[in-house]
Design a binder for this molecule. Sequence first.
Ligand code: SF4
Length: 208
Amino acid sequence: MGSLKQEQFRSELMEWAEENLRDFAWRDEQLSLYEVFVAEFFLTQTPAGNVAEVYPDFLERFPDLRAIDGATEEELIDVIEPLGFYNMRAEALKSIAAEKRELPETVEELTQLPRVGHYVANATLCFSRGEPLPILDRNVKRVYGRVFDTDWPDTRSEQITFAEELLPEADPRTYNLALLDFGAAVCRSDPACDQCFANGYCEYYESL
Ligand code: SF4
């Protein structure tokens, strides 16, 4: 489903992904749901470099929710301080671990957890399980808003539908990772349009 332009963007982004995906510890396909969740929970409003700094140490000291439940907030903060928002994050993790030994496996249940929004829930399930769920953060919205401008809807529910249409059935995980990396490397705030595969049909570029 989707317009020809959507199909072209999807297909060219998947091609771009073959050579350009970034390599982060939390992108290993063998990671557990918990390990992917921890990364996505930390990546909210936090640069990947800061997360990379604390991620291995955090998983070593707190390999599951039981370990978090057995630790004090201060012990969590001791590891996650470089991330910022560490009081809020430690409190939320403690609260989750006090209630659960395993993370839930649906968007509905994940978003009931403290400080877990749709982005974190969808990214966790897509990146750990390959579930076809759209991810819509500020950067992804910027990319879609530029490429599809007049077709890109205003309301959140329509944007979700639009993003769902773009997901390839065969490999939504790679598509979403590519979208994040394309927004970080090419269609960034100061876009590198001259190096972009979409500059033949991107509405933002046409308007320059
Ligand atoms: S042409 Fe420029 S604005 Fe359009 S998608 Fe590519 S980098 Fe972004």
